[in-house]
Design a protein around this ligand. Structure first.
Ligand SMILES: *[C@@H]1O[C@H](CO)[C@@H](O)[C@H](O)[C@H]1NC(C)=O
Ligand SMILES: *[C@@H]1O[C@H](CO)[C@@H](O)[C@H](O)[C@H]1NC(C)=O
Ligand SMILES: *[C@@H]1O[C@H](CO)[C@@H](O)[C@H](O)[C@H]1NC(C)=O
Ligand SMILES: *[C@@H]1O[C@H](CO)[C@@H](O)[C@H](O)[C@H]1NC(C)=O
Length: 233
């Protein structure tokens, strides 16, 4: 692209005083906690200066490195867009534009570390120096919490069960079970409404489909509402 001086100064003006032009930047959480064995998604986004983009710069390579501040070409990485990796629990869900989301499948203890994201354009490169510190915790801390304190709920009522741990749940795959049988609902919260006796049982939640990181059971008993006789003679 050929630019005359006038075009260039307009671009610089737009970029400068208005402050609308994002700088070289990588945005990810400072720390991220994952329960061992679970699958988690680390949100990440990146920007490079629009002026730089307008001169035709495109992102050519993206890379995620564990425990290395600069994440340069000689650094071990868990994902590198310029290399095909056959066997990897690390999946890049992002793109080459602004999304650098990383998914870790079946997290292992050894995955703990500080991860850095780097992107390279044909006009430069940038590493998000702060990194995201990934902690891997034991699954023993998984618990079911309920919206009601009483385990006995009347028919027709409702209750919301939440799967929690001292490791906050960001975008985790959560599975629910009643008396050990998988329910179709997934996600951190299970909403049960219009309760019937069939909802009585022991509820557990699990952070992986193999059911290894499972909470202790939370028992729910649905009883007939005595105020309104259900039997008509
Ligand atoms: C980035 O990509 C992930 C996975 O496709 C998506 O869930 C997320 O919403 C995207 N983030 C942004 C900021 O677009
Ligand atoms: C979660 O709690 C357990 C014990 O209560 C503790 O050992 C562990 O370090 C905690 N994990 C995190 C990530 O806080
Ligand atoms: C609640 O369940 C009863 C019995 O299955 C059904 O007749 C009724 O339509 C349900 N009500 C709602 C609001 O879903
Ligand atoms: C739920 O768990 C309790 C205590 O472990 C047990 O006594 C009860 O039989 C269980 N209920 C079902 C439906 O499995």
């Amino acid at each position: 692209m050929k630019m005359n001086p006038w075009t260039l100064s307009v671009l610089l003006l737009l970029a400068g005083p208005l402050g609308a032009d994002p700088d070289w930047h990588v945005e990810y959480p400072a720390s991220f906690c994952v329960v061992e064995g679970s699958t988690a998604t680390i949100p990440c986004s990146f920007t490079h200066p629009k002026v730089h983009e307008k001169t035709g710069a495109v992102v050519e390579r993206v890379v995620w490195c564990p425990s290395h501040k600069y994440c340069d070409s000689s650094t071990p990485n868990v994902y590198d867009s310029s290399n095909l990796r056959a066997d990897s629990r690390f999946q890049y869900l992002g793109d080459l534009v602004r999304n650098c989301t990383l998914k870790i499948i079946k997290t292992e203890k050894r995955d703990a570390g500080t991860y850095h994201f780097r992107f390279e354009t044909n006009g430069g490169g940038y590493t998000g120096l702060r990194g995201v510190s990934v902690r891997v915790t034991d699954g023993e801390v998984v618990k079911v919490r309920s919206s009601v304190t009483d385990h006995v709920v009347k028919e027709g009522g409702q209750v919301t069960l939440t799967c929690t741990s001292n490791c906050s749940f960001h975008q985790l795959d959560v599975h629910w079970y009643r008396n050990g049988h998988a329910l179709s609902e997934t996600g951190p919260a299970l909403h049960l409404s219009n309760l019937t006796n069939g909802d009585t049982g022991n509820y557990t939640c699990s952070l992986d489909s193999s059911g290894q990181k499972t909470s202790v059971p939370w028992s729910l008993v649905v009883v007939e509402d005595e105020g309104e006789p259900l039997c008509v003679h």
